[in-house]
Design a protein around this ligand. Sequence first.
Ligand SMILES: [Fe+2]
Length: 415
Amino acid sequence: MTQSLSFARHGDKRNSDFFNEYLVKLLEERDRSGLTDNIHEIDAMMITVDPGHSIRYIAELALMTPYHYLVTLESESHWTHILRIDMNSPDFLVREVKDPNTRGIFRSLNEVYPIGQHKPNSRYMGEILRVSDLHDVVQCQQDREFRFFSQDEVRKLELPGNLAIGKPSPYTHNIVAYMERPKDQIRTYALGISSIRDDVQEAYLAAKEKQAELGIDKLILPIDHLATRVYSQNREVAILEYLSLSSYYYWGSYDITDQNSSTNVTKSVHHSDEMRSPAKVFTANNTPYFVNHLEKLPSPTETFVRNYGPRLHHLAIAVSDETLPQDQHGMDNIDFVVSQIASQGRNFLLDVIGSKEDGLKQIFSSASEHSSLIIEYVQRFGDFQGFFTKDNVAELTRAAGVEEELIQLQAASKA
Ligand SMILES: [Fe+2]
């Protein structure tokens, strides 16, 4: 039996007695019930975009990440494109709503937030976790008070029929879905009619050719972590809820005092390598917005959540630390990748920060106009295990906050 509490703890952020007590209780019970061993890695991530955006978003991902276009599943009111690296890393499902007037639960999650409402169908939806026995997992999670969409609702939502899909989290607004699949079996999604669309294929191939021409195709690796932003008061419950839904463990939390924020990391108990199953990171302000007029502290994280709603903030993509003989560019791989992508017109919110001596270098791109997601590139040197240095996180959080202020101004001028 996997021992979810046996992993080394990192970080300096203090948690409440409630958190410390229930972290132990929940994980002990999860191990005992068999859930920890029944639930495996993140098998796919789901994202939705507004009409007319999916092809350009796929081209963006094909240039900036290792993803390949595989196939499109057409259902009555959606196109669902499947992107894949290989069977060792999660798939990406990019779903486009055909009609801009389509209404639904995922759209509603955007609409009550001042910036979120400007792209009502664009948001990261959540993860699909691979399980050994779907019936057992759903039964067990229902006994633990988790709620699922009915099979009829899944059909109406036009999501794959072979998934069990949980209701959106009240804390993160993300969903967790489960898919039964033996390890050596290929991933399939029971939805609509599948075809390789010529227009998508053309955009994808052009982006991949460009990626190779820029010499960055071998340097960009799979997803390292997924970072969700939540309201300050939901930090601990968002972590505990995710641990209850997955087979992840609590890696630890760092207080980023400079930005009045903390970064909290959970990781797979089954795979120490993030490429197999990305780490899930939660960021929250240390204080709620309504004490700000008294404390006068920076609050970029709380401001983001108030503007967009709780949601995924960035996808972090790993950059290879290996120097290939043909890579005679005279700089660290991450600097080379960023300069090549910037040459194609993509902006970055700051310069590459960190150093080889610190153990890692990181950078944030500007938010995608299609998904609103930022791409982080992260290069670790040698055997560095962490996700950040405190200085880096403070700088990244500050830079993202400056960008959001600009977006907010633009949104206000459009309103
Ligand atoms: Fe990150």
